[in-house]
Design a binder for this molecule. Structure first.
Ligand code: FES
Ligand code: FES
Length: 162
C-alpha cells in the first residue's frame, strides 16, 4: 500500500508516495530524479549507492525509503555549494581518481563520512574507511591520494580556498 512520506534530501524537503518496500536508491533516482546516486550490484556489495543518512554512510540499495523519514539524506548532488565543488570532489578531479565515474559518487560520500569522523586519516585508515566501495576501472592509488589531498585542503585555514 502506498503512503505519502516526507524525505529531506540535500536540505530540500520532498513529499513522495512510496510502497513499504521501495528502496531509497530507487526513490532517489526514479521518483526524485537525483541520478547521481548509482545502483550497481543492488545487493550491498559494491558501495556505488552510498549516501549519508544523518551524516553516516548508508547503502541506499539496502535502505527502505520509508525508514528515512525525519532524517537528513545527503547525496552527491548536495556536495557542491553555490556552484563550487566540495574539496573532496576537487581532489578526485585533480588527482585523476575518476575513470568511468560510476563508483565516484559513492566514493566521495564515503570519503566525506571518513574525513568528518577522522580529519587526518593515515593511508591505512583511508583504505579501511573506503573498503566498502569498489572501483572496477583501476587501482585505488589515486583514490587514496585524492582523499589524502582533500584532508590537507580541508584542514587548511578556510581563507584563500574554496
Ligand atoms: S548498489 Fe548498493 S552496494 Fe551495490
Ligand atoms: S571510476 Fe569506474 S568504477 Fe570507479
Amino acid at each position: 500500500m502506498k503512503q505519502l512520506i516526507k524525505l529531506n534530501i540535500n536540505n530540500i524537503d520532498y513529499e513522495v508516495s512510496v510502497n513499504d518496500n521501495d528502496l531509497l536508491v530507487d526513490v532517489i533516482r526514479r521518483r526524485i530524479g537525483l541520478t547521481g546516486t548509482k545502483k550497481g550490484c543492488g545487493e550491498g556489495s559494491c558501495g556505488t549507492c552510498t549516501v549519508l543518512i544523518d551524516g553516516k554512510r548508508a547503502l541506499a540499495c539496502l535502505t527502505l525509503a520509508m525508514s528515512c523519514q525525519e532524517k537528513k539524506v545527503l547525496t552527491i548532488e548536495g556536495m557542491e555549494k553555490n556552484g563550487e565543488l566540495h574539496p573532496i570532489q576537487e581532489a578526485f578531479v585533480e588527482k585523476g581518481a575518476i575513470q568511468c565515474g560510476f563508483c565516484t559518487p559513492g566514493m566521495v560520500l564515503s570519503a566525506k563520512a571518513l574525513l568528518d569522523q577522522n580529519p587526518k586519516p593515515s593511508v591505512e585508515e583511508i583504505k579501511y574507511g573506503m573498503s566498502g566501495n569498489l572501483c572496477r576501472c583501476t587501482g585505488y592509488v589515486k583514490i587514496v591520494e585524492a582523499i589524502e589531498s582533500a584532508a590537507k585542503t580541508m584542514a587548511a585555514p578556510k581563507q584563500g580556498r574554496k
